[in-house]
Design a protein around this ligand. Structure first.
Ligand code: NDP
Length: 484
């Protein structure tokens, strides 16, 4: 079978990388190369920046209704092509195709539709000074901005960034992860069909060092919206510090799941299993540290293990599969090395712990069993470092104070879920937990209007709703004094 050749999307055209350098794109479920990707560099970037700069005056002055019309058309096209996009996402990432369709592709269209509407509703403030003057705030697009996204929710997170950037009148240079470039490439085809003017969105493929870093450092890039690992976030902060760029950094997590004895037991078991193992545990919001009140610890651990052992693991392209492959061989090796580390640290495997061999087409794929580990204290590396795979740990606590102390004992602060029928306790904890997102008796229930992001090493800035619209605009106060 011939390899698919992915191209860059610059100024409305599909181009090969100027220096002719390509990378392999692997299908994680089979371990086979099935596409090639441009490994772009500064030369490709210069072309894209010029195209975006040329497009900016017209796009930034396009009426909101017109921008919304184009973005809504793009969302329609994503929905019309959802089967093809879901299959591409499942193949490129290893995630189950049903998840890809119902979550990733569904959300990609929803993201674009949400910000299409938002730009028609966006307003700014005015501040009257009694009998003296009126201040009004202009919110103007920044210019050419960078959007860099990771591999775990490829089209979902790619659109979560480009949609508000475009809706607020910016021109964008976007870089998907080199590990999962396919759906961003397919999206570029739909952008043209939707009538997005040339140069408004440019998509460059390649590795972090070859194109990610030059993109963030380019002097004509006004802001960087980045989702990825905390170490990469630090590099971007350092690299852009002297240029004083606007940064939105959505980084890693080590999220606590706090289960109290008075939870709705059966429902909590199901949801906690989902929160730990959805997308093979490769969601920044996954609950990987499960804290359980001592009085129900044994019963809960057994029920959770039983729930997890029922997951249907297999070929991501099968509709019935619930748990697919990890995204790449290096990532699988990293996850397996953390399981070994956890064992050396004294952890006990309750289930899983091994690489899985699937018969047939997926025999060489990157599959790891869903893994639950107990017996580790919170200071262990396995409880402090982000594994970002199908591995969770269980710890017990005796009271609310200890639960809070364990939950907050992390350099990360992205998300937390609390499971209890005592709603006063839930509110109390929500106030004290050091995470940007707190779910009470639910997980990954998302309203796109809410602020999204983390504190501590999980990032700075927030995405979503008005936060995103504000990030991608520069507020300018205009003060007008009037005569009497
Ligand atoms: P990385 O930080 O490795 O990469 C993220 C993106 O940045 C990729 O496109 C990558 O390119 C690019 N990149 C790498 N190095 C640089 C650089 N020096 N300058 C600019 N760009 C660079 O993260 P992963 O792709 O491994 O994603 C997993 C991480 O993302 C986890 O830590 C996870 O928690 C986090 N994440 C956070 C979310 C949040 O909302 N807080 C949501 C989802 C994931 P390439 O892949 O080509 O190397």
């Amino acid at each position: 079978m011939s390899l698919i050749r992915i191209q860059n999307y610059i100024n409305g055209e599909w181009l090969d990388p100027i220096d002719g350098q390509y990378l392999d794109d692997f299908e994680p479920a089979t371990g086979q190369v099935y596409a090639t990707i441009p490994n772009s560099n500064e030369k490709d970037l210069d072309l894209a920046v010029k195209a975006a700069q040329q497009a900016f005056p017209s796009w930034s002055n396009t009426p909101a209704e017109q921008k919304a019309k184009i973005l809504n058309k793009l969302a329609d096209l994503i929905e019309q092509n959802q089967d093809e996009l879901a299959e591409a996402e499942a193949r490129d990432n290893g995630k189950p195709i049903t998840l890809a369709k119902n979550v990733d592709i569904y959300r990609a269209a929803a993201n674009i539709r949400f910000f299409a509407q938002a730009c028609t509703q966006f307003s700014s403030e005015s501040h009257a000074m009694e009998n003296t003057a009126i201040n009004y705030t202009l919110r103007q697009p920044l210019g050419v901005v960078a959007c860099i996204s990771p591999w775990n929710l490829p089209l979902y997170l790619f659109t979560w960034k480009i949609a508000p950037a475009l809706a607020t009148g910016n021109c964008v240079i976007a870089k998907p992860s080199e590990v999962t470039p396919m759906t961003a490439y397919l999206l570029s085809k739909l952008c043209s069909q939707a009538g997005l003017p040339r140069g408004v969105l440019n998509i460059l493929h390649g590795t972090g060092p070859s194109i990610g870093a030059p993109l963030t450092e380019h002097p004509d890039i006004k802001a960087v919206s980045f989702t990825g690992g905390s170490n990469t976030g630090t590099l971007i902060k350092q690299a852009t510090a002297k240029q004083h760029k606007k940064l939105s950094l959505e980084l890693g997590g080590k999220n606590p799941t706090v289960v109290f004895a008075d939870c709705d037991f059966d429902r909590t078991v199901k949801e906690v299993a989902r929160s730990a193992f959805a997308n093979q545990g490769q969601i920044c919001l996954c609950g990987s540290r499960i804290l359980i009140e001592e009085s129900i610890y044994d019963r809960f651990a057994t029920a959770l293990r039983n729930e997890v052992e029922q997951l249907i693991i297999g070929d991501p392209l099968e509709e019935t599969t619930q748990f697919g492959a990890l995204v790449s061989k290096p990532h699988m090796d990293k996850v397996l090395s953390y399981i070994e580390l956890a064992k050396r640290e004294g952890g006990t495997l309750l289930t899983g712990g091994e690489q899985l061999k699937i018969k047939g087409r997926c025999a060489d794929g990157y599959f790891v069993q869903p893994t639950i580990i107990s017996g580790l204290n919170n200071q262990c590396r396995a409880n402090q470092e982000e594994i970002f795979g199908p591995v969770c740990t269980l710890q017990s606590f005796t009271n609310e104070k200890e639960a809070l102390q364990l939950a907050n004992d992390s350099e990360y602060g992205l998300a937390c879920s609390i499971w209890s029928q005592d709603i006063s306790r839930c509110h109390r904890l929500a106030q004290q937990i050091e995470t940007g997102i707190v779910w009470i008796n639910c997980w990954l229930l998302r309203d796109l209007r809410t602020p999204f992001g983390g504190m501590k090493a999980s990032g700075s800035g927030r995405e979503g709703g008005l936060e995103a619209m504000r990030f991608f605009t520069e507020p300018k106060n205009v003060c007008v004094q009037f005569k009497h």
